[in-house]
Structure formats: structure tokens, C-alpha cells
Design a protein around this ligand. Structure first.
Ligand code: MSP
Length: 648
């Protein structure tokens, strides 16, 4: 039997100098989704994250609060673990650099490299950026400031140990050349190659002007430089310096996921440490982009950090996970905005996926008493088309995930969801249900439920709660033990009793365009202006006629209608409401072709506050009725009633 494939993935270990923001949650969500996917695909996975607790930055932050560094980090590290739990992160190990096991690993690494002759004692005199914990040559500064964070640097002069980076430059360049997969994406590889070619200085790897760190073995006046300490965590997690079974199984790491600003440490310092230790290099270091807020990097000092806990409390976990994974092209910078989050949730989760589940199970209840029927009769081309796309999808997604094309993997799953929604409209089960022979209805309903089963399996690594909810509504069990092979077409058993539940993603209504509310703005913004619409009045609650009369309903004639690029569900209508012409954006594109609407007299709410949908102004709302299976019809009157007539 061939050995199982393995996958060791790591995130950077975060500084507990402050609470984590959505940018940190991004890296960890990506790592978690990859780990979950590879486990699902039957691979042996080890997933490590942690906290980088030493260094001058933390020591100063603790002193400012009047507590010891350990007291300071203990509180913040607890909040990291709480965040990861809320975000459903399934790490196998969490390395704290204050763990004893880590101290042992770092001291062993230092000692081994020292004995090899690649560490020597000298004195450092130069610039240091404390927020980045980075030494800088004067020539690399920008306007005298740190080129990474643009904050002031400090002049440092102290006795230090140095690591002979320069000795290994050629060997590293050769490795990069021979292993194009080592540094990804390619743009980062080019940056790193240029950096190395511009000349590597030996690196200062100990400090003596403060003591919050791991003591250098046999010279305890020095503490190990925080990056030398932190990078070692990837070995600590496997039990180094002991020759453990974990180390045998999982080293070299398959993937270090890091933000682009810390690529130098991971693709130059870390590989050279490993070369000096005679250990193999990680297979891939992937430098992802930043999550920007209004095109600017999030940072506490700019007051534009977005708190993931608050977002999850408002929107739920899976919308946040989905947004991070789908919206941002992995490797490039991406923008976070509340509006984009709401639009993504509504479009992909509520409308596409949620609606497919809801309408499929409603129809199944109505036509088949909620029981999965036996497919019967010959397959039509439309059926074949759906089945062949769904059948090849698991393998396709696996390929994309291996190439780290996460957003493309999700897009390919959502293409199946889109096809299935279209399939409902094309195959119109409500018409098939009227036929005496129910064979074709059985085939169509089976295909829809089976599509949802495949989708649940394929999405569960990315949005785990959603996968589980769909699975439960389909009446299935044993999701945890399913593997990629279970995503093959046709494994759904006819006779399965489904259990339709509440919609899995209620739509979030957006009423107004507004500035983005952010957490901790230094000057408090006015009330956030994106509001959720008031929920529909609960059934059975009576309103007075005066409430109803507040609603100005009129007949409007549709003058023109067109699709909106990039919004599959929306149509833009120009209507005449009697007194004036208006533009209305309506979510009816799956139910009406634009040309079907021109000339119709529809009913609109004329005094609704204007809103923008996908950047298009909507000045009113049309009335329509939706059947439980999702079939939608616009309310309209005959040409005998002129535009502008009141409706009451
Ligand atoms: N402690 C070091 C890492 C040591 S790893 C051996 C460190 N910590 S950090 O807390 O400052 O940042 C860690 C990582 O957070 C960044 O590399 C990046 O992966 C992630 N991000 C921080 N802000 C981010 C965004 N705005 N967007 C995306 N990722 C961001 O550096």
C-alpha cells in the first residue's frame, strides 16, 4: 500500500501586542480551509499556528500597562485562541514561544549552528524598527524611516551574535532556481531573488539591551533575536530537537503561509537556518497579499482595523470565512468592505446556495413527501450537462486547491450551484408534477438533491457550518467521515427522507450607500449608515390603516429593462410612475427576460427610500409574489389602468 500523502501547513505566529484583526483572520482561515480540504481528501495533515511572544515590542507594551510581559501576553494569547475557536479553526498545535519546549528548540538550533561555526560574536551598530522587529541598513531606509511600516527607526549599538547569512547566498539562489515552487507567487520570487542578489549582510541574532527573550546558551546576557526565535516554531511543533515520529513524518513543511511583508524572513533567513542545520527546506512559502481597508493597510495606529469577533457576531461565521476566501484573489491584495461582505453574502450564499436548498426541498416536500425519488427515464441533454459538471467537480476542486487557487475553487463550486438553479427553471418540476408519469419528475428531483449533497461535501472545508446544515436538511448522516470519494455522483440513496429547515442564509437588506463603519475609529464616525431593513412584521400582528396608508403604491409602466453586468439576479427597469420617470433595480432576472417586461403595468412602492444595488440607483420597489419552490411572478394590472394610478 502506498504511503498516505502528507500536508504540513503553518500560519505565521502572531504578535500578542494587540488583539487580532480581520487581516490576521484571513491567513488563518486560508490555512484552516486548506487543512480541512486535505484531510477530506484523505491526506495526513498537520496544521500549526501560534503566538510570537518575545521581543522589545512586547516588553515595552507590557511596561506601558504596568504588568510583566508574561502577564501581558497571557491575556492576549487567550483572546487569540478564543478567536480561532469562534472562527472554527482546526489547528493541531498552537506554539507559544514562551513554552518550555520552544525554549529548548531555539537553544538547540542556536547551539548547533554556533558549533558549526556559522554564528560569531561581534557588535551591532545600526538602525532597528521595533514595531517590525527588524534591523535595517541605512541604505534601505525610506526618508529615514522603516521601509516596511514607515515608522521611525531607532539607533541600536550593542554586543551581538551574528549569523553568517552571506555564506549561504549562492546555495540559496541555486535552490530557488531549481525549485520554482519554493517561493510563490512568482512576483514575490523575483523580489526575493533581487534582494539576495543585491548582497546579503550577516544577520544580528541576539540582543543585550533588554531581557524578554530566550537566553543564548552559555551566554545569558544575550537573548535570542525574536525572528530567529519565532521561525524555529515550525520545528518546535514537531518536537525538535528530539528526533520524533512527527518530525520524520511532517518535515519538511509543505506550506508556510505568510503575508508578503514577512517573506524575507521566511525565504532567506529561515531557509539558511535550515541549511546550517542540515535540514531540508520547506516545499513552498506562499506570500499572500494584504487585506486592505479603503485601499489602505489596516493598522491600529490608522484606526481602521476591523474586528472579526464583532463581524461574526453580526453576520455569522461562514459569511466571513466565505468572503475572505472568495473575494480575494489569493496572492494579491484585496479590499475589505462591509458593503462587499453583505453583497457577497446575499448573492452567493442567500440567493444562490440558500435558495437552491430551500426551493429544492420545498418542491420535494410538495411533490414527493420529502423523500428522495428513484431517478427514472432517459436523461435529457440538460440532465447530462448538470451531471457531467457535478461528477468532475471534486477532482477539479482538488487540483485548484493543490495549486492554491482558493477563490477559483470556490467559483467552480458556485458554477454548479448556478447551473442547478438554472436547471430548476429549465426543467420546471412544477410542470412535471402535473404529468401522470412521475418518472421525469423523479429524475429531476433526484438530480437536484444529489447536486446539493455534492455541494455540501465540497463546501464543508471552507464553510463548515453550512456544509453541516445542508447535510442535515438532506437527512444525511456521517458527514465527518466522508472523503473526496463520497463526492462522486450517484451515491445518494433513493428513499432518503429529507428534513427541510429554516433558510440557511437569510438575506441581508442594504438600504443606503454609506461610509464604512470601522472598529475603533479615533474620531467616532456617525451612526453606521448601512442598515438592515426592518424585519417583516411577524405573522398575526395587526397594523392600523394609518400604517398601511404610509405606503404609496402606484401603477407604473415599464418603459425599458436591461440586465446589470456582473449581477446575475438583477434587472434595471425604467418605469413611468405617472408624475415622473424612475429607475428601479429588482432581483427578478432569473424569472423574467428584460423584453418580457416592457409595456407591463406593474405595482411599485413609490415612497421607499432610494437605495443603491451593485452601484445602480433604485428609486422604488416592485411587488411580486414568490411560491415556496421559488417560482416568482410580478404583480401587474391590465393596460386599462394608466401609470400613476393609486393602489390601495
Ligand atoms: N510575529 C511575526 C510572524 C512570525 S512567523 C515566524 C508577525 N506577526 S504579525 O502579527 O505582525 O503578523 C503576522 C501575519 O499577519 C502577517 O504576515 C500576515 O500574514 C498577517 N496580516 C497582518 N495584517 C494583515 C492584513 N491586513 N492582511 C492580510 N494579512 C495580514 O509578523
Amino acid at each position: 500500500m502506498s504511503a498516505k500523502e502528507r500536508f504540513y501547513v503553518t500560519t505565521p505566529i502572531y504578535y500578542p501586542s494587540d488583539n487580532l484583526h480581520i487581516g490576521h483572520a484571513y491567513t488563518t482561515t486560508v490555512a484552516d480551509s486548506l487543512a480541512r480540504w486535505h484531510r477530506f481528501a484523505g491526506r495526513e495533515v498537520y496544521f500549526v499556528t501560534g503566538s510570537d511572544e518575545h521581543g522589545q515590542k512586547i516588553q515595552r507594551a507590557a511596561a506601558a500597562k504596568g504588568v510583566t510581559p508574561k502577564e501581558y501576553v497571557d491575556v492576549i494569547v487567550a483572546s487569540f485562541k478564543d478567536l480561532w475557536e469562534k472562527l472554527n479553526i482546526t489547528y493541531d498545535d498552537f506554539v507559544r514561544t514562551t513554552d518550555d519546549r520552544h525554549t529548548k528548540a531555539v537553544q538547540a538550533v542556536f547551539q548547533k549552528i554556533y558549533e558549526k561555526g556559522d554564528i560569531y560574536k561581534s557588535a551591532y551598530e545600526g538602525w532597528y524598527c521595533t514595531p517590525c522587529e527588524t534591523f535595517w541598513l541605512e541604505s534601505r531606509l525610506e526618508d529615514g524611516k522603516c521601509p516596511d511600516c514607515h515608522r521611525p527607526v531607532e539607533w541600536v549599538k550593542e554586543e551581538s551574535y551574528f549569523f553568517r547569512l552571506s555564506k549561504y547566498a549562492d546555495r540559496l539562489l541555486k535552490h530557488i532556481e531549481e525549485h520554482p515552487e519554493f517561493i510563490q507567487p512568482e512576483t514575490r520570487r523575483n523580489e526575493m531573488v533581487n534582494f539576495i542578489k543585491s548582497g546579503l549582510e550577516d544577520l544580528c541574532i541576539s540582543r543585550t539591551t533588554f531581557d524578554w527573550g530566550i537566553p543564548v546558551p552559555s551566554d545569558e546576557r544575550h537573548v535570542v533575536y525574536v525572528w530567529f526565535d519565532a521561525l524555529t516554531n515550525y520545528l518546535t511543533a514537531l518536537g525538535y530537537p528530539e528526533q520524533t515520529e512527527l518530525l520524520d513524518r511532517f518535515w519538511p513543511a509543505d506550506l508556510h503561509l505568510v503575508g508578503k511583508e514577512i517573506m524575507r524572513f521566511h525565504t532567506i533567513v529561515w531557509p539558511i537556518m535550515l541549511m546550517a542545520l542540515d535540514l531540508p527546506l520547506p516545499k513552498t512559502v506562499f506570500g499572500h497579499g494584504w487585506l486592505l481597508f479603503d485601499s489602505d493597510k489596516m493598522s491600529k495606529s490608522k484606526g481602521n482595523v476591523v474586528d472579526p469577533i464583532a463581524l461574526m457576531a453580526e453576520f455569522g461565521v461562514d459569511p466571513i470565512r466565505y468572503f475572505l476566501l472568495r473575494e480575494i484573489s489569493f496572492g494579491q491584495d484585496g479590499n475589505f468592505s462591509r458593503r462587499a461582505l453583505i453583497e457577497r453574502t446575499n448573492a452567493d450564499l442567500a440567493n444562490d446556495l440558500g435558495n437552491l436548498l430551500n426551493r429544492t426541498l420545498s418542491m420535494l416536500n410538495r411533490y414527493c413527501a420529502g423523500v428522495v425519488p428513484q431517478p427514472a427515464g432517459e436523461l435529457k441533454e440538460i440532465d447530462q450537462d448538470l451531471i457531467s459538471y457535478a461528477s468532475g467537480l471534486a477532482e477539479k476542486v482538488d487540483g485548484l486547491i493543490k495549486e492554491l487557487k482558493i477563490n477559483e475553487a470556490l467559483a467552480s463550486i458556485w458554477r454548479l450551484v448556478g447551473r442547478a438553479n438554472k436547471y430548476v427553471d429549465e426543467r420546471a418540476p412544477w410542470n412535471l408534477a402535473k404529468l401522470e408519469d412521475k418518472g421525469e419528475l423523479g429524475t429531476v428531483m433526484y438530480n437536484l438533491v444529489e447536486t446539493l449533497r455534492v455541494v455540501a461535501l465540497l463546501v464543508k472545508s471552507f464553510i463548515p457550518e453550512t456544509g453541516a446544515k445542508i447535510w442535515a436538511q438532506l437527512g444525511l448522516e456521517g458527514l465527518e467521515s466522508c472523503t473526496l470519494a463520497d463526492a462522486a455522483w450517484g451515491l445518494l440513496q433513493p428513499g432518503t427522507q429529507t428534513r427541510k429547515g429554516d433558510p440557511i442564509f437569510p438575506r441581508i437588506e442594504v438600504e443606503k450607500e454609506a461610509p464604512e463603519p470601522v472598529q475603533e475609529k479615533q474620531e467616532k464616525p456617525e451612526q453606521p449608515k448601512i442598515e438592515k431593513a426592518a424585519p417583516a412584521a411577524p405573522e398575526g400582528v395587526l397594523i392600523g390603516i394609518e400604517d398601511f396608508m404610509k405606503c404609496e403604491l402606484v401603477v407604473a409602466e415599464v418603459l425599458a429593462a436591461e440586465r446589470i453586468q456582473g449581477a446575475d439576479k438583477l434587472l434595471k427597469l425604467q418605469v413611468d410612475v405617472g408624475s415622473e420617470k424612475r429607475q428601479i433595480v429588482a432581483g427578478i432576472a432569473l424569472h423574467y427576460k428584460p423584453e418580457e417586461l416592457v409595456g407591463r403595468r406593474i405595482i411599485v412602492v413609490k415612497n421607499l427610500k432610494p437605495a443603491k444595488l451593485r452601484g445602480e440607483l433604485s428609486q422604488g420597489m416592485l411587488l411580486a409574489a414568490t411560491a415556496p419552490d421559488g417560482h416568482l411572478e410580478i404583480v401587474s394590472v391590465s393596460a386599462a389602468i394608466p401609470a400613476g394610478s393609486k393602489v390601495k
